[in-house]
Ligand binder design. Structure first.
Ligand code: NAD
Length: 424
């Protein structure tokens, strides 16, 4: 029996893929038979996990879900965050599917996570949770089925734990099943910072060499960065290396501001010590509310925290000309509409933050073939792929007259159509 969630109309599909996708479909419609692949996740597995944390035995809700094995085995992050639920994971998996489509990667979308605050677990608790997660989902995970990677609240160390756990359960090595492992434990060199490096390849290409890798190319450009974790901090370091001035940076505790420029190296070292910006002290740096990052006057606003950061209200208040959407879904549909009316350019997540998934894909290839890559090979391949996608994005936006956010959907729709054509 058909249900409302089987409704293959563009309006219903927007629930997971967003208004950008619907706008893309209005320009390049997909047949209803193709849209049926996109109505919702193909698999949702909800579990109550038990593990031993700092406060003894804990039970938490966990999920693993897949969205469209259209191009190949699914791939997606594992998120440890109190806000994790089935709805936001489904939207995340749909976005990964789009990202793979836009960037020509042979994977479907997946996502998973645990509704928990990882900072309250302690290191041993996080390891116990990582083991419990993989043990619960071992039958779903695999290089030919569903490939795990780090996301908010998980990192390379936890990926190594997950990989060891899976190998132990299977009694064989399965390096392709878990990506984002540290180099030396099956990971590829250069995964850390790949998202930021990939973003600069894209920005370089889109802004017609405005960001070129040479030191000093961003001299005079000011930036505000929301989120100072793996993605935000490596982006900030690379921006500073190129001469940009970081005038604001926020973590979940506070926003730091300095008109003359924040000491980026010191901030990275400070965060590596696990400390909160609200306790940072430095001459010339003021501590303000974390939301103040959005109203800081800067050329670029880099969103590297969580999805939905820029809604219609925040979009009306931002004081920048360009938003770099490092966080998946950083700008919501209402935010997009307001930013477009205000002439603010958004460089879309599915292109600008694809460096991480692209290098993850390289790691999957290495895991399957056994042929290692050097750091130089990883960097060169990443740059090539990201620039190629950025060029297609720019050409599509120019040819159709739509914003980059919608042009990215047209690239995805084109590839989805080609892949689904043979099945409909
Ligand atoms: P992370 O957990 O390492 O960092 C997240 C940061 O955001 C932390 O500094 C946290 O304090 C901060 N934060 C959380 N809520 C905030 C708020 N309300 N205001 C200000 N700061 C806030 O995560 P990450 O890996 O850097 O990922 C960040 C985003 O980028 C996520 O949306 C993720 O999906 C996306 N992303 C990351 C990668 C990657 O390679 N790390 C790749 C693609 C996309």
């Amino acid at each position: 029996m058909a249900t409302a969630s089987d409704d293959p109309t563009p309006g219903a599909i927007a629930r997971w893929f967003g208004a950008r996708f619907t706008r893309g479909l209005a320009i390049a419609p997909l047949p209803a038979s193709a849209l049926r692949f996109l109505v919702g996740p193909s698999l949702v597995c909800r579990t109550r996990l038990s593990f031993t944390g700092l406060s003894g035995l804990q039970t938490v809700e966990a999920w693993r879900l897949r969205f469209g094995e259209v191009f190949g085995p699914c791939k997606g992050g594992v998120r440890f965050h109190p806000g994790v639920d089935e709805g936001n994971l489904t939207a995340l998996a749909a976005r990964i599917l789009l990202k793979c489509a836009v960037n020509g990667l042979p994977h479907g979308g997946a996502a998973g996570g645990v509704a928990v605050d990882p900072s309250a677990l302690g290191a041993a608790g996080r390891v116990a949770l990582a083991r419990a997660y993989v043990t619960a989902y071992a039958d779903l995970i695999g290089g030919d089925r569903d490939i795990l990677s780090p996301d908010v609240g998980t990192d390379a160390g936890l990926m190594a734990v997950m990989s060891e756990t899976l190998d132990t359960l299977r009694r064989r090595f399965e390096p392709a099943a878990i990506n984002g492992k540290p180099p030396g434990r099956g990971g590829v060199p250069g995964r850390h910072g790949a998202t930021a490096r990939g973003a600069f390849s894209v920005l370089d290409e889109l802004l017609e060499n405005g960001t070129s890798a040479e030191g000093g190319a961003l001299t005079g450009v000011t930036m505000a960065v929301q989120g100072f974790g793996a993605a935000g901090s490596t982006f900030a370091l690379e921006a500073a290396r190129r001469g940009a001035r970081m005038v604001a940076a926020a973590d979940s505790s506070a926003c730091l501001r300095a008109e003359t420029g924040l000491p980026v190296d010191a901030l990275v070292a400070f965060k590596a010590g696990g400390r909160a910006f609200s306790t940072f002290e430095h001459p010339g740096v003021t501590v303000v509310a974390r939301e103040d990052v959005f109203t800081t006057s800067a050329d670029w606003l880099v969103c590297a925290a969580l999805g939905g950061a820029i809604d219609g209200r925040v979009a009306g208040e931002v004081r920048c000309g360009l938003i770099v959407e490092l966080a998946n879904g950083a700008v919501d549909d209402a935010g997009d509409a307001v930013l477009q009316s205000r002439g603010v350019t958004v460089v879309p997540d599915v292109v600008v933050n694809a460096g991480g998934i692209t290098v993850s894909h390289f790691e999957w290839v290495v895991g399957r073939t056994g042929a290692p890559l050097t750091a130089e090979e990883v960097a060169a391949r990443l740059d090539l792929r990201m620039r190629e996608t950025a060029r297609r994005l720019r050409q599509t936006a120019t040819a159709t007259g739509v914003p980059l956010t919608v042009a990215a959907q047209l690239l995805a729709i084109d590839r989805l159509h080609a892949a689904l054509e043979s099945r409909i």
